[in-house]
Design a protein around this ligand. Structure first.
Ligand code: SAH
Length: 412
């Protein structure tokens, strides 16, 4: 509904161009002024509130969530000054239709990302689906304020959902006080039964309460399937394994042995559960709660120097750069880590190496890995260049949405 108390954000001349191209953000520097109705109760727009965006002549451009910071408005709908009453239904239905078209909804696959923020024209919202549960994360106060409408639309559109768990304690900005719980069930309730979700016919225990992010890294599904093709007969080291996605695929692919390493002991418990659930014999799997560098340097507790015998290594570390200022350090981190793995891997070995830092683009990452290879002085070829899967789409007007990149290297 148009509401004359709704703040109006007037852009500077020419600053409408990116909005007309459907870029989903308005930066604070693009704003000429903000007009507030004389009955508006505050001196400035409130974090998370819906605002209208107009060009310098007053023409309606879009409507979006106000945010305190350099991204001032995250745009939801273009060419309008109001959110239609069926807005959430329409957007979520469109996202669901795309996931069905992608072939992700199958008896052997019920794990996928339903909403990928800007990539689904819903900036600030992430929804992952695990069997009959949706885990919802708000990255903006605006999405937090709309959480019940989002849950209602999810319930209406995905008839198989029994639970909707809201998990935004790590993702919401803390600048402003926020009304309402940042975690909890919006539908359904916690049960004692663990959730086993299926990805490409493999089962994974998803622990959204204790786990990282929404409980599982859905974005590596296709890269894990590629790894499976290379695993036959190899000794695999899955570094930064978290719940062991790559480990389980490697075992199904016929790996001779798989070693999973993560600094988190909780993650190691999940890896072990996942391996046991999928394979009657888990004797070829070894798991260590250890720091990656310590492990690669052969400094693990029981003293075995296992790190010298691998011919397939996966490096999937957490984001080293969370913002632009951290990029130089992050690149040094990627270089050191990759140099260590390239140095250790057996001749004829294969390295799957990733970066999920949004601020590090694929050229920077490739240069860091190139520098690592040159430093070690081994002959290295690129077999594949990897990225995030299609259920993490990138809005073409918002290249910032591309965050996951990987290389598969052949080391002689
Ligand atoms: N490859 C995983 C996702 C990795 S997420 C998958 O497919 O699901 C990154 C992981 O790195 C987290 O589980 C985190 O606990 C772990 N981690 C962070 N710092 C680490 C370190 N210094 N050494 C080993 N693991 C680390």
């Amino acid at each position: 509904m148009t509401n004359n108390l709704q703040p109006i954000v007037i852009l500077k001349p020419h600053k409408e161009e990116s909005v007309l191209r459907f870029h989903p953000w308005v930066f604070s520097g693009a704003i000429a002024k903000i007009v507030l109705d004389r009955n508006y109760p505050y001196a400035e727009p409130q974090e998370g509130e819906l605002v209208k965006v107009v060009d310098s002549t007053g023409k309606n451009l879009a409507v979006g969530h106000w945010q305190v910071g350099s991204i001032a408005v995250r745009l939801l709908a273009f060419g309008t000054d109001t959110l239609p009453s069926d807005f959430w239904h329409r957007r979520i239905a469109a996202a669901w239709k795309l996931r069905q078209a992608l072939g992700l909804v199958r008896p052997d696959n019920n794990t996928f990302r339903l909403i990928h923020g800007e990539g689904d024209f819903l900036p600030g919202l992430v929804v992952d689906i695990y069997a009959d549960t949706a885990v919802v994360q708000a990255h903006s106060v605006g999405m937090h304020l709309h959480r019940y409408a989002i849950a209602k639309a999810l319930n209406d559109i995905l008839p198989h959902l029994n639970n909707i768990y809201y998990k935004s304690d790590d993702t919401l900005p803390f600048k402003a006080p926020i009304d309402g719980d940042k975690t909890g069930y919006l539908a359904g309730a916690q049960t004692d039964e663990p959730c086993w979700a299926t990805e490409n016919g493999l089962q994974f225990r998803i622990d959204w309460l204790q786990g990282q992010k929404t409980g599982f890294f859905v974005d590596q599904r296709e890269n894990r399937a590629l790894l499976e093709r290379y695993a036959q007969g190899r000794d695999v080291l899955n570094m930064f394994c978290y719940t062991g996605g790559f480990s389980v695929y490697a075992l199904r692919g016929g790996a001779k042995s798989v070693t999973s390493v993560d600094v988190s002991a909780k993650a190691i418990d999940l890896v072990n559960d996942n391996v046991e659930r999928n394979f009657s014999d888990s004797t070829g799997h070894f798991a260590y709660a250890a720091d990656a560098f310590d492990f690669l340097n052969g400094k693990i507790e029981n003293g075995e120097k296992t790190s010298d015998k691998y011919d397939l290594i996966i490096l999937d570390p957490p984001a080293f750069a969370k913002h632009r200022e951290a990029v130089p350090n992050a690149l040094r981190g990627y270089r050191r880590l990759n140099a260590k793995a390239i140095e250790k891997i057996k001749s004829g070995g294969i390295l799957f190496t990733f970066s999920c830092s949004q601020a590090v683009d694929k050229e920077m990452f490739r240069l860091a890995v190139f520098t690592a290879a040159a430093q070690v002085g081994r002959k290295v070829r690129i077999l594949h260049q990897l990225h995030q899967p299609a259920d993490h789409p990138v809005n073409i007007y918002h290249p910032e949405g591309e965050y996951l990149k990987g290389l598969v290297l052949y080391v002689e």
